[in-house]
Design a protein around this ligand. Structure first.
Ligand code: NAD
Length: 437
């Protein structure tokens, strides 16, 4: 039994839950490479340029031994990849999940590079991960894992070199441990080495809900192009963690009808709209949306195929592949997760007339407010919640506008257009800086 404070808590009272669907078909790195290739083809870059854009600048693989609470020792594998640091320091989350491997971290780091460039932040892209299921470990054990991992990768990270943030399986508490370990070893407090920190340590107002708020901003912008208001749409959200839960709540608060949500244990559906307050209380008590009495049970696969207007995959990679994408009846897929749609899935959705608002644009709100947090830490001056919310909305809607305009002008999908912008800005920074020596 764990006492972890992570979002993915165990299920103390939930009856035998169905196993989570395993992500299928191509790997995240295959998907990331194929997306890069599409952008490179549009931009007409040569093989050498493509190779430079595809290859991580630096990566580290570390052993993370843990002394468990019962005295036993276990070992985990940890990674940090800086995909590109040409436009600024590496920026990217830290993921704790059992299946994490170097290729997954490479893909996530590459997506961070394009994402930061699309929303025009002065960052490159990075990502970290430890192959651990946080639900199986106590808070004290997770603290030791985090501190050991941080010490091992310390030469690579720093407020001007590579800045971490929470991702799947980690949270603001994890960031506090990273920040403390880094600061203690440097001899003074360095808040800007991480973002997504608790407010008490210099975290930013609005960071906790920023990714989700950004998802709703770009959804509103995409719907607006078809003259559809948020208040007229039904929404289904897969994943009820940091991203999915707040996205569902913000959609509902802005007048959309959230008819289904799910997590790794299963989902719940109510065509009249799920009562968010009661759903959040249920999740706080049981650790899952499963068993919520304000709706009927449904599986993750059923959720993907619901007859809704907007589908938001906000859990893991690869859930919309060539097979599951064919079941999608939504008119818009807004990617809250990183890499939820495979290359085959993308082709199927395009053929079926589904508009996909891609991850590198749709979920960029988190890194936008992480950037605001980093700026505030560097200035030691704090902004109000309204300032954060306004600046976030402006960044997200203007990035959507750039991507949509390019897509229309060049006849591209939103994904290809977003990638073209991200890849081109990165390549342009390479060109201007020149190749050393
Ligand atoms: P989280 O750990 O807080 O939540 C993950 C959620 O997904 C949980 O509800 C979990 O039960 C569910 N889940 C896990 N496996 C599943 C499966 N196989 N099927 C259905 N549901 C499953 O993670 P998060 O921070 O919300 O991240 C979710 C996604 O969003 C990830 O792809 C992450 O990289 C991406 N993302 C996160 C942020 C951020 O600010 N946290 C920013 C950008 C992108």
């Amino acid at each position: 039994m764990t006492t972890t404070s992570m979002t993915s808590t165990p299920l103390p009272d939930t009856p035998a839950a169905p196993a989570a669907p395993a992500p299928r078909s191509s790997s995240p790195l295959d998907t990331a490479h194929s997306q890069l290739d599409s952008a490179v083809a549009v931009l007409g870059y040569d093989a050498g340029q493509r190779q430079m854009l595809a290859t991580p600048r630096r990566e580290i693989h570390v052993a993370v031994p843990l002394r468990r609470d019962d005295g036993e020792t276990v070992l985990f594998h940890g990674f940090r990849v800086q995909h590109n640091i040409t436009r600024g320091p590496g920026k990217g989350g830290l993921r704790y999940a059992p299946g994490v491997d170097i290729d997954e971290v490479r893909a996530l780091a590459m997506w961070m590079t394009w994402k930061c460039a699309i929303v025009d932040l002065p960052y490159g892209g990075a990502k970290g991960g430890v192959a651990i299921d946080p639900r199986d470990y106590s808070t004290a054990e997770l603290e030791r894992v985090t501190r050991r991992y941080t010490s091992e990768i310390m030469p690579m990270i720093g407020p001007d070199t590579d800045i971490m943030a929470p991702d799947m399986g980690t949270d603001e508490h994890t960031m506090a441990w990273v920040m403390d370990t880094y600061s203690v070893n440097r001899g003074y407090t360095i808040p800007a080495v991480v973002t997504g920190k608790p407010l008490a340590l210099g975290g930013s107002r609005g960071r906790g809900t920023a990714t989700s708020a950004g998802i709703v901003h770009v959804t509103a912008a995409a719907l607006g192009e078809s003259g559809v208001p948020l208040t007229d749409v039904t929404v289904a959200v897969q994943g009820f963690g940091k991203v999915g839960s707040h996205a569902a709540a913000i959609f509902a608060a802005r007048g959309a009808t959230v008819v289904a949500v799910s997590d790794q244990y299963g989902g719940v559906r109510n065509d009249a709209g799920l009562a968010m307050d009661r759903l959040f209380s249920h999740v706080a008590t049981t650790g899952s949306v499963v068993g919520f009495d304000g709706g009927d049970p449904l599986s993750n696969e059923e959720l993907l195929g619901l007859d809704v207007d907007v589908l938001v995959p906000a859990a893991v990679e690869g859930v919309l592949d060539g097979v599951t994408a064919a079941t999608v009846r939504a008119r818009w897929v807004v990617e809250g997760a990183n890499g939820p749609t495979t290359t085959d899935g993308d082709s199927v959705l395009a053929a079926n007339g589904v508009t996909v608002v891609p991850d590198v644009l749709a979920n960029a709100g988190g890194v936008v407010v992480s950037y605001f947090e980093w700026v505030q830490a560097n200035q030691t001056y704090w902004w109000s919640e309204e300032e954060i919310a306004d600046r976030l909305e402006h960044r997200m809607t203007s990035a959507y506008g750039d991507v949509s305009a390019l897509a229309k002008r060049e006849g591209l999908s939103l994904r290809d257009a977003a990638l073209v912008i991200g890849v081109q800005r990165t390549a342009e920074a390479h060109r201007i800086r020149g190749l050393y020596p």
